[in-house]
Every structure is written in structure tokens, then in C-alpha cells.
Design a protein. Structure first.
Length: 136
């Protein structure tokens, strides 16, 4: 279940000298729990929900894409081959872009606040950078 290339996931384990705090010894630890990118993907999901998109179709699209982002990051972390990891992280990157674009379209149509676009785009930008490095 680990990465066959030791330095590959280090990009998301350590960011600006910080590491993720260890999980409680009572909690099971899975590969995605060690990824900062997984935490950022969860932040993206929360920001998309917080955007309170009023158009039901766009809300479902944005929420689904944000959920898929986090799930693909978790899947990539659990893959054993570098090729499978890269595929899952690339799909997650695409889903993050879709979530951000959907919030942007919703705001353009007056179905979401413009402030939500800035927040979602900032998180998606950060996450896409991480996932791009994980795909290499």
C-alpha cells in the first residue's frame, strides 16, 4: 500500500517545514491520512458547500466534483504503482478544477456570492499544484 518511490509523496507530507500532526493512536491510519493534499481536498469540499449555490443543478455538480476530488486523492494514496497513483491524482486534479469552475459559473449567473469564487479558487489552486507534483 505504500509508495514505491519514497520521495514521491514527500511533497504533500511536508509543506513549508510543517508536517501533519500524528493521528491519535486510537484512530486507524490509512495512506491518505498522511497527505496534506487530502486535507486540502476536504477544505475544498467544505468551501464548495459553504458557497451555498442556489442553482440545484450547479450545486450538485460542484459538490459532486469536490467529493470526487477528495476520494480520488484518497485512492491515489492507496495505490501501489506509480502509474496508478498518477492516474488517480490526475483525475482528482481535474475534479478540483471542475468544482472551482462550477462555483465560478454559479457566481456569474448570480447563484453564488462572488466571495465564494475567490475562496474556492484559492483552495483549488493550492490543491492542483500539489496534485500536479504528485502526478510526476
Amino acid at each position: 500500500m505504500g509508495c514505491s518511490t519514497p520521495g514521491l509523496l514527500m511533497v504533500t507530507y511536508v509543506e513549508k517545514g510543517r508536517t501533519r500532526p500524528p493521528m491519535s493512536s486510537n484512530e486507524p491510519s490509512l495512506p491518505h491520512h498522511r497527505l496534506i493534499a487530502y486535507g486540502v481536498a476536504k477544505e475544498l469540499l467544505v468551501a464548495v458547500v459553504k458557497a451555498q449555490i442556489r442553482d440545484a443543478e450547479l450545486r450538485d455538480q460542484a459538490t459532486g466534483a469536490a467529493k470526487s476530488t477528495a476520494l480520488n486523492v484518497a485512492e491515489g494514496a492507496s495505490c501501489s504503482s506509480p502509474k496508478d497513483k498518477a492516474r488517480a491524482f490526475a483525475i482528482g486534479r481535474g475534479e478540483a478544477g471542475e468544482a472551482a469552475a462550477t462555483v465560478e459559473i454559479a457566481a456569474l449567473l448570480g447563484a453564488a456570492p462572488q466571495a465564494a469564487v475567490a475562496e474556492v479558487n484559492a483552495i483549488a489552486h493550492r490543491l492542483c499544484g500539489m496534485l500536479t507534483r504528485l502526478c510526476l
